[in-house]
Every structure is written in structure tokens, then in C-alpha cells.
Design a protein around this ligand. Sequence first.
Ligand code: FE2
Length: 232
Amino acid sequence: MDIQKKIIQGPGYAIVKIDNLKIFGNLKKKFIEKMNLNISKNNFDDLRVKMTSMSKSEINKIMIKLLSFSEASEMMLNACKAKIKKLVGQEIFVQRRANTIFNLPGKNQRRQWPHYELMSGISPFTYVLWAPFHDLDDDGGIFYIDQKRSFEIIKKEHSKGLVNGPIILNMNYNEKPIKIKYGEAIIFNPFILHGNVNFDSKKARLACSIRFQSAKKPLMQKNSDFFKYKKI
Ligand SMILES: [Fe+2]
């Protein structure tokens, strides 16, 4: 099944190879520089270990430092340009600011609750590109519920007049987190339920994501404050 079919008609998500790993490598390098934690660029593992002992306010300070990293979105786009173009065409809306995602091991850490992207006001034509800055070789990944089951759960909620309410939040998901390698990314559609589980590791999990859609498809609540227009 080709990538497009997988993302639209199949499971709703696909693991893809990043088209230009040099650009993604530069994005990672810049990301480390902006974090400014006095750790050598070659010792990314040290940075991941250091992050696990940081307080929530220290993590917030890093987030503030990363606010100046406005090129991240463009770099993510350029790293996967061929795949994005194939999926949504040449004229696109792309998220102005890439999300940088930190997940720390252990209980009581912030984590992504099960959700689907559509509930945040993007259109049904928006896709998410999510890429880790390292191999996901422990249980610290994200789980994805395939499209068929996601729809069943969403419809069940919908019949009760709810959106991302207790049914989705409290459900027991036994899905194993996806194992992906540095140099790979996941593209998924906005109906796919996903979230991350508490995990045990000596290292934090760091990733980057952007949302994009065809400029020919309608926007919903997220408009040009959130997206910028781009011809690729
Ligand atoms: Fe998400």
C-alpha cells in the first residue's frame, strides 16, 4: 500500500523516510544550539539524560529559549517536501511554528492524553508530520489507533454529544508504542486517536512536528494566524 493510501484510506498513518536527512540533521543541530545547555552537539544522549532531572520550570525555560527558533517549521517542511507535495500538492498551508515535544520518563510527567487532532480546530484535510530526534528504542513512543477503530470510538462519543471526553480519555489502550528510528517520521490524518504512555527510561524523548494541508481545501478554526501559505 503506498503512503498516500495508508494515510487516507488505510490505517490513517504511515511511517515514512525523511526525504532530506541533511536538513533534518541541521534542524536537530539548531535545536540543540537554541536549548543552550552547554552540551556538545555530538552528545545528544547527554542532553536527553540531563533533561530527565530537570524541574518543570526548567523545562519551561527551555521552551522559552526555543521561541526564537522560528525557522523550525520551514526546516521540517523542507526535510519532507517530496512527501508533503505528493500528499497535498504544491500550494499548501503549513503551521507557522513547529511544535517541539519533550516527554520525560516516569509517572506524573506531562504527557499527551489520547486525542485526535481534529478536536483542536484544524480542518479534516490537515495532516501531521511528527519526527523524533533519535531512535525510539524504549517504550517512550506514541501509540496510534488505526482509522477504523478511531472512527468507531469517535462515533460512540459523538452519539453522546461529546468531543474528546471521558470515553476517549479513560479508555484502556493496549496499543504498543510505535518503534521508529532517527531519520523516519510518522504522517497521520486528523481522525487518528493517539497519545503517549508513561515510560521508564534514562533519557527524555524529543521530537518535532508540523501540521499542513492543501491551500485549496477549506480551513476551519485554525486560520492564517496558525498557518502560513507556501508554494513548494
Ligand atoms: Fe497530537
